[in-house]
Design a protein around this ligand. Structure first.
Ligand SMILES: [Ca+2]
Ligand SMILES: [Ca+2]
Ligand SMILES: [Ca+2]
Length: 410
């Protein structure tokens, strides 16, 4: 303040002539004379110059008889017309999002070249929300009561001469105490069984009415196994390293203020990379010959051990997958007619619900529906031969010769 007000006690002059004037001295020099009825005045001290120098001031009362009395006390006065040193905010960073009920605000303390800092004003949305004394070493304060949403804040430093300096920048702080919107898992379905080394997990995207989604945590068996950025458009990730067996999984959405929301459900995923237990065919026996067009093929029921269980059996004839039956069946029929006469190989493949497969041994089945083609070479008739010879054919595909009562291959 360039022109402070100097005040003093009005005194009397006893039985004398009365006070005629008061003389204001500042820095040992007479600066101003005022009427004896006045007990305060202003004087512009800026001529003394900015600085930390200290001047004394005092008043001399003079009566009309030129008697004078100097005030009993002298007072120091300093002149400081410069704002506190330049300073800036330190934290939170601009646009920081918080769910704290009482977030911390911090700024630099760069002091004041003149009289020193009297106090700092923390201004939020245009209003001083807190005052921190300049004598405190910490330039930090917690401020509560921020409504949800964005708030602009800065700090004003004020020296003891009431010069002020606003922080170099103002910042925005975002208050968000609300969890992200509810969301659900999408795939795999609950109790899904997989043999994938790195199965895919998917969920609905959540949203956040406040600061926005920061990230998603994919939690498996209680541990976060993957983190997906909230800025990604896909809410899908592959996760490897699942041990065999059942695993519980869910997803947690976290906003940038660290409010969290867990998916509406958790699910189980089953990891099974082991083939079903070995098994064998039961009938028809290997190399069995049949003229039944749709024979019954049977096999041992097998198991999947500690895995997900048998889903399907496939009957494979001549290397073609002909029939698929449920994992609880152990036989089926198949019409051999389209495949025709002759030898056919067949086996069964067991598949678990994770699509791991186990093949049985392979058998041969002979399909024979063509009647033997029997011809005999005529014998002279009548004959005097008491031991006549007959020859002919009696076979499907092999020619046979009948000699007497025996058949011999030609
Ligand atoms: Ca100053
Ligand atoms: Ca939120
Ligand atoms: Ca299995």
């Amino acid at each position: 303040m360039a022109s402070p007000t100097f005040s003093w006690q009005g005194n009397g002059d006893g039985t004398g002539c009365g006070i005629a004037w008061y003389d204001l001295y500042v820095g040992e020099a007479l600066r101003k004379t005022v009427s004896g009825t006045t007990t305060s005045t202003t004087w512009n001290i800026s001529s003394l110059g900015e600085g930390t120098h200290t001047w004394y001031w005092y008043v001399v009362a003079r009566d009309t008889a030129t008697n004078s009395t100097t005030s009993t006390s002298t007072f120091n006065i300093s002149y400081d017309n410069a704002a506190p040193a330049v300073f800036n905010l330190t934290s939170p960073a601009d646009n920081h999002c918080t769910r704290a009920a009482s977030p911390v605000f911090s700024w630099e303390n760069n002091g004041d070249g003149g009289c020193g800092i009297a106090q700092y004003h923390v201004v939020i949305d245009g209003d001083t929300k807190a005052v921190v004394s300049g004598s405190q070493t910490s330039t930090t304060i917690n401020i509560s009561g921020l409504a949800a949403g964005d708030h602009t804040w800065y700090v004003v430093a004020e020296d003891t001469a009431t010069n002020t300096r606003q922080s170099t920048t103002s910042r925005t702080i975002k208050s968000d105490t609300t969890a992200p919107v509810a969301f659900a898992l999408t795939s795999p379905a609950d109790n899904y069984c997989t043999r994938a080394a790195s199965p895919v997990f998917s969920w609905e995207g959540s949203s956040d009415g406040g600061c926005g989604i920061a990230q998603y945590h994919v939690v498996i068996d209680g541990d976060t196994k993957a983190v997906v950025s909230g800025s990604q458009t896909s809410t899908t990730i592959n996760i490897s390293g699942l041990a065999a067996g059942d695993h519980t999984w869910y997803v947690v959405a976290e906003d940038t203020a660290t409010n969290t929301r867990q998916s509406t459900t958790s699910r189980t995923i089953k990891s099974d990379t082991t083939a079903p237990v070995a098994f064998d065919l039961t009938s028809p026996a290997n190399n069995h010959c049949t003229n039944v067009a749709s024979p019954t093929f049977s096999w041992q029921g097998n198991s999947d051990g500690s895995g997900c269980g048998i889903a399907w059996y496939y009957l494979v004839v001549d290397n073609v997958n002909t029939t698929t039956v449920s994992g609880i069946q152990t036989s089926t029929t198949f019409n051999l007619n389209p495949l025709g006469e002759g030898n056919h190989t067949w086996y069964v493949v067991a598949e678990d619900t994770a699509t791991n497969t186990r093949q049985s041994t392979s058998n041969t089945l002979v399909f024979d529906v063509i009647e033997p083609n029997t011809t005999l070479t005529p014998h002279p008739d009548p004959t005097s031969d008491t031991t006549p010879t007959y020859s002919g054919h009696a076979a499907d595909s092999t020619t046979w010769t009948a000699v007497s009562s025996q058949l011999f291959p030609e």
